[in-house]
Design a protein around this ligand. Structure first.
Ligand code: GLA
Length: 736
């Protein structure tokens, strides 16, 4: 059992292979946080509790019953609002008396094998009970009758601990939850750099860093989506950490709506990290007997730097978060017609693309936006999910048959949560969209957002999608979402529950996704939100791949894919070879480089393949062959980031490099891309994650190197390369 409770010491200890997490129940029942870090064998960690009392911090209040302890200075496991701890809090409950002083104390606990699901929410799961153990600590607030259960799952093979919180109203009066974070962690000092993924449309998830400072810092979203701008992820690297060494703590939230990561460094230099639903746009009225479940936060501890953290997330999210038919199954190489045609296509054009694509080894055609209603631009028809037969003559079934006859699978685009003002659906149900009566509605991409908190709205959209998906052999859906939520209000919610809207919205979206997958269990879902505006673990639970960004420029993708790989496995990052000059940046990059960059994700194409010349067609064949040849090492291997494209700009050149190593360390694929050339380049790339004892052969040249040599001295790549050159090396170990 990786979790124990020592009843004499009143200490809980959670162990993963290389980390330990410890909690103490204080004599008066507060949960004190003792430790989170590298594995320690000891159980009596009580000496770590920080008991700086009133005398040493005179402005603080002292807990009335516990001599010498001030809640304002101890490390708390799940800090509550307004009862002596003046730092940022994880929990605030406003009772019927109008007050929100909240105090929770230990009541009971249980420890068991496996991991529970969270009703209505995506969450990490176990494939077998021996993968993880779970601790539930039940606390109570005797005044409000709130029973607060802190749920921890420790993984036996990965350094990951998941956390979530359940609040139950055991009283006979209602109360309001004002904030309920999914995780809280007090770290004993502030010697950390904070890393997060910053961005915007077409420039998602760039890794940025800053050192912790006294006071508040953090990131959030209040857009109704996890957002292009901030990903629900943050890491803290202890001073001195590097990509492959040192201590790093990762925090990732399995949630697709408004979130907040708050960090406060207090007057004693303690760093408190909170992560969960954004309290600024949240409130929840809990009636007697009702329960509220928070989303799940996934904490990862690494003492192998940022890379170690990422590899843990990759494994956990690939094998214990993604689900269903396509979780680890080899995905078809797809071609999407968006950048090839935009709205200007018909059945013959699509079949022509499918025909050329199938000849070159591509396996699926995805018909993007524009096939429904009277949608010939982005100004109409969202919500009218019926086929435009003047475009697809003979209907969808006929088109799919023609594509299937070419040996190609067929996929289709939907934007289920949206409604165009110019649509039959809006004309029939103007009250079905999100709005505040009397207030002007903001418009984004000429569309409004449907009220997904309503069951009748979801039923309608489900029925329409069901009809389309069961009308033909459709094996894939791209689920898009192209604007943020504003003027939020639901026609069906009473005024005291309007604060619940954002959370109810996303619960509705999850319910619809779940229903769709239950009806079509073999469907491959690809998430999308104006590119990667909802690239989060919540969506990964339903869609094992997500469109990474609307920016398909290979040079831009280097940074975007680098940042995305902080948390998300390569199998989840859809990456396509697109046309040049690139539609977003006008940059021209060689066809080879575009392929090599897209190979670092869920590989596909997005261009008019009928216009390619013979050389380019030959390259498509080569890329398709490379995808199959390197599939195992790329998709099932361990990922190492070798050169950071964002930081390398300050160096003597500008490049990006990454590497995949098979689990048995017998196969290695290294990619190096020159972003900005400088003459007389002298450079060695030191590989990582190899077996130092093994001898690796470069399969192109036959040259042999020991693993130790490649990791310690590196590969000599000195030479003159033009901008945008990509180089790929494939090594295999001798005597495998
Ligand atoms: C979004 C997506 C694109 C494409 C368009 C269609 O921008 O990210 O890939 O599907 O919508 O309108």
């Amino acid at each position: 059992m990786s979790i124990i409770y020592n009843s004499e010491l009143r200490v809980f200890k959670l162990d993963t292979p290389d980390s330990t997490y410890a909690i103490e129940v204080s004599p008066t029942g507060y949960l004190l946080h003792l430790y989170y870090g590298a594995s320690v064998p000891d159980t009596d960690l009580r000496y770590l509790r920080r008991m700086i009392g009133v005398s040493s911090t005179s402005a603080q209040v002292q807990d009335a019953k516990e001599n010498g302890m001030s809640l304002d200075t101890v490390h708390l496991e799940y800090p509550a609002e307004g009862a002596g701890d003046m730092r940022i809090s994880a929990l605030s409950i406003r009772g019927e008396n109008g007050c929100n002083a909240t105090a929770i104390k230990y009541k009971s606990h249980k420890i068991y094998n496996g991991k529970p699901a969270i009703k209505g929410l995506p969450a990490v799961y176990t494939n077998t009970d021996d993968e993880a153990d779970t601790l539930e600590i039940v606390c109570e607030d005797t005044l409000t009758g709130a029973e607060v259960t802190l749920i921890y799952t420790a993984f036996t093979q990965l350094d990951a601990i998941t956390r979530s919180v359940r609040v139950k109203n055991t009283s006979d009066r209602s109360f309001s939850i004002e904030r309920v974070h999914s995780t809280a962690l007090d770290l004993p000092d502030m010697n950390f750099e904070m890393m997060h993924l910053q961005g915007r449309w077409a420039k998602e998830r760039t890794l940025v860093k800053r050192h912790l400072q006294y006071g508040l810092q953090g990131i959030h979203s209040k857009r109704g989506t996890s957002s292009h701008h901030n990903n629900p992820f943050l890491a803290l690297g202890r001073d001195g950490y590097t990509e492959e060494t040192g201590e790093v703590y990762g925090f990732s939230l399995v949630y697709s709506s408004n979130f907040k990561v708050e960090i406060e460094v207090d007057f004693l230099g303690t760093s408190r990290v909170l992560m969960g639903i954004n309290p600024d746009t949240f409130g929840w009225l809990l009636e007697p007997g009702e329960e509220f479940a928070s989303p799940e936060a996934v904490m990862v501890y690494s003492n192998h730097g940022v890379g170690g953290m990422s590899r843990t997330y990759h494994k956990l999210y690939r094998y214990n978060l993604c689900r269903g038919e396509w979780k680890t199954k080899k995905r078809p190489i797809l071609i999407n017609n968006w950048e090839a045609t935009y709205f200007d296509f018909d059945d013959d054009k699509l079949v022509a693309i499918a025909k050329d694509a199938s000849e070159l080894g591509i396996e699926m055609l995805v018909m993007d936006d524009g096939w429904f209603g009277v949608r010939n631009n982005d100004k109409s028809s969202l919500g009218d999910w019926y086929v435009n037969e003047s475009k697809l003559k003979g209907g969808l079934g006929k088109l799919v048959e023609r594509v299937n006859a070419l040996g190609m699978k067929f996929g289709i685009w939907f934007e289920p949560e949206m409604i165009s003002p110019d649509s039959d659906l809006y004309r029939a149900h103007p009250d079905w969209c999100i709005k505040v009566e009397g207030r002007e509605m903001s418009i984004g991409r000429t569309q409004y957002v449907l009220d997904m908190s309503r069951a009748d709205v979801r039923d309608n959209i489900f029925d329409q999608m069901y009809k389309i998906l069961s009308s033909a052999n459709i094996e894939y859906v791209k689920w898009d979402f192209n604007r943020n939520l504003t003027e939020v209000g639901s026609a069906l919610l009473p005024h005291e529950r309007q604060k619940e809207f954002f959370h109810r919205y996303i619960l509705g979206v999850y319910e619809l996704l779940e229903r769709l997958l239950a009806a079509f269990p073999k469907l491959l879902l690809e998430g999308c939100a104006g590119g990667g505006g909802r690239f989060d673990p919540g969506m990964l639970y339903y869609s094992p791949q997500i469109w990474t960004s609307d920016d398909t420029d290979a040079m831009e993708r280097l940074e975007i894919q680098y940042g995305t790989s902080m948390v998300y496995p390569l199998s989840s990052m859809s990456a396509h070879v697109s046309a040049c000059p690139n539609h977003q940046t006008k940059r021209v990059t060689s066809f080879k480089t575009r392929g090599d960059v897209a190979m670092g994700g869920a590989f596909g194409y997005e261009l008019d393949i009928t216009t390619l010349n013979d050389d380019e067609r030959a390259l498509v064949r080569e890329q398709v062959a490379a995808y199959h040849k390197y599939y195992n090492v790329i998709q099932n291997g361990d990922y190492y980031r070798l050169i950071n494209p964002t930081e390398d700009k300050a160096n003597f050149t500008c490049a990006s490099a990454w590497e995949s190593v098979s689990q048995d360390k017998n196969e290695v694929l290294l990619t190096y891309v020159v972003m900005r050339t400088q003459p007389t380049l002298q450079r060695y790339i030191r590989l990582a994650g190899l077996d130092p004892e093994k001898v690796y052969t470069d399969t192109a040249t036959g040259i042999k190197y020991s693993g130790a040599l490649l990791m310690n001295a590196g590969l000599n790549i000195s030479g003159n390369y033009t901008d945008g050159t990509s180089l790929v090396w494939h090594f295999v170990a001798d005597n495998r």
